[in-house]
Design a protein around this ligand. Structure first.
Ligand code: EPU
Length: 433
């Protein structure tokens, strides 16, 4: 298992380029199941979750072709042969977003078998609302041996009011409804930019969708969809993570190739902390001397403060003067990083869904354990300002969603390296035959 070794203390200076959004690319790849023509996706990030989705699509019978050289962030998906309509446990357990194939598979083939995801490090994360939504469109869904099995003739349009806002639920149903008979109206939808990006892809495939990116989405079903070419939006959470890194370490960092309009709530909070931000057309420049002030945040659905930036913001406010209160409203168990930050010297008290962070406390390098994707990012950020060396274990979590983060950070002055297994397996030591 790889680890990161980070030596803190260097201000970040230079330019870092942001890759495509993992959480936009995953549903876009699943959407390719809706047509027998090729779908070409550009700006796909090279991260582990994308590899998992490629593997799943190949298992289901899709032809998946990768771009090479300058086009290596391009993936062409062609589902022209018979589809094996199953997402097995082995893949779903490593990536919950695998369940995104359920809606398109059902709409295209009339049946789908998908392993139920279990619990998750950040919360229970059931998919009951996805199931309820598909039932509204006429699917018959049963559960057996840890799998859900969905069957339908042609899905038919329906009226769905989400009990609570769900990002992948909105995406799942939007995909399914594109091929349904008649109109689907969904209210209380997720308004995340990733939902709007998926709608843009589906529209270029011939779908008729109005209102994606707002709370009410209307989809007029069509009999078939065609192939398309689509460029994935930049990753707002990666961008936000680097902006926070710039603000924490001081220096002068430009986060290029991102869309600042997707980061409104975060940038407003960072301004409150005293970070100096300049927003340009395709990037954000952050400068400062590392002197920061406390700020409270409440995580909310978009356009509110993203839960996916909560851990990184917590790392930042350990370095801000005063008391910050962070309230996590989306996931019930998303404070695992607080304990690890505490081991580095942070003063954080957890009270249910609230974390009270008292700053500024000096951080010192320690051996810490990454528990999920964004928690790992917060440990990297803390390590960048800690005294001495931090060793972060289980960095496979960070590899799921950040493309070569250590190379990007090294490129702007961080002292950081990846180390492999300390003790190579015996087989690796055997002499060549
Ligand atoms: N929920 C239910 N039932 C459902 C669906 C959701 O109770 O059927 C609950 C969840 O347990 C959670 C809340 O509703 O408490 C919101 O969850 P949502 O469905 O919006 O989350 P998601 O779609 O599973 C996506 C991102 C997450 C991100 C959340 C919230 C993808 C692939 N994942 O998850 O990203 O945290 O939205 O913004 O888009 C990450 O990238 O690190 C990550 C976890």
């Amino acid at each position: 298992m790889d680890k990161f070794v980070v030596r803190g203390g260097n201000p970040l200076v230079g330019t870092v380029r942001i890759s495509g959004a993992k959480n936009a690319a995953l549903p876009a790849m699943a959407a390719a199941l809706l047509t027998d023509e090729p779908v070409v996706l550009e700006n796909i990030p090279e991260v582990r979750d994308i590899q998992t989705m490629r593997k799943l699509l190949v298992e289901m019978g899709a032809e998946v072709e990768l771009g090479y050289g300058r086009a290596h962030h391009r993936t062409t998906i062609h589902c022209c042969g018979p589809i094996r309509a199953e997402a097995p446990y082995e893949l779903v357990k490593t990536m919950r977003a695998s369940t995104l194939v359920l809606g398109p598979m059902l709409a295209r083939t009339g049946c789908a078998r998908v392993s139920l995801p279990g619990g998750c490090a950040i919360g229970a994360r059931p998919i009951d609302l996805h199931i309820k939504g598909l039932e509204h469109l006429g699917a018959n869904i049963t559960q057996d041996h840890g799998y859900i099995e969905a069957r339908a003739g042609r899905l038919r349009g329906g009226h769905i009011v989400w009990d609570r806002i769900t990002v992948t639920g909105t995406e799942e149903l939007m995909m399914a409804a594109t091929l349904a008979e008649g109109e689907t109206v969904m209210e209380n939808c997720a308004r995340e930019p990733e939902v709007a990006d998926l709608a843009a892809l589906l529209t270029s495939m011939g779908a008729r969708i109005h209102g994606a990116g707002t709370a009410t989405i209307r989809i007029q079903g069509v009999p078939r969809l065609r192939g398309a070419r689509h460029r994935i939006i930049p990753d707002r959470i990666s961008a936000g993570t680097f902006v926070v890194a710039g603000a924490m370490t001081g220096g002068d960092l430009t986060v290029a190739n991102c869309d600042a309009s997707h980061l409104g709530a975060l940038l407003q909070k960072l301004t409150e902390t005293g970070a100096n931000l300049q927003v340009a057309d395709d990037g954000i420049r952050v400068t400062g001397d590392g002197r920061l002030l406390a700020a409270d945040v409440n995580t909310e659905e978009y356009p509110g403060f993203p839960t996916d930036m909560q851990a990184q913001f917590m790392a930042l406010v350990t370095q801000a003067a005063g008391t910050s209160v962070i309230t996590e409203n989306i996931f019930e168990n998303r404070f695992m990083h607080a304990l690890e930050l505490g081991r580095m010297g942070a003063n954080i008290k957890i009270e249910g869904r609230r974390a009270v962070v008292r700053g500024k406390t000096p951080l010192s390098g320690a051996a810490v354990l990454a528990s999920d994707l964004r928690a790992s990012a917060s440990l990297v950020l803390a390590a960048l300002v800690a005294d001495g060396e931090t060793i972060i274990d289980r960095v496979y979590h960070i590899d799921r969603g950040y493309e070569r983060i250590e190379e990007k950070l090294r490129g702007v002055g961080a002292q950081m390296k990846r180390i492999g297994e300390m003790f190579p397996k015996r087989a690796a030591l055997a002499p060549a035959q």
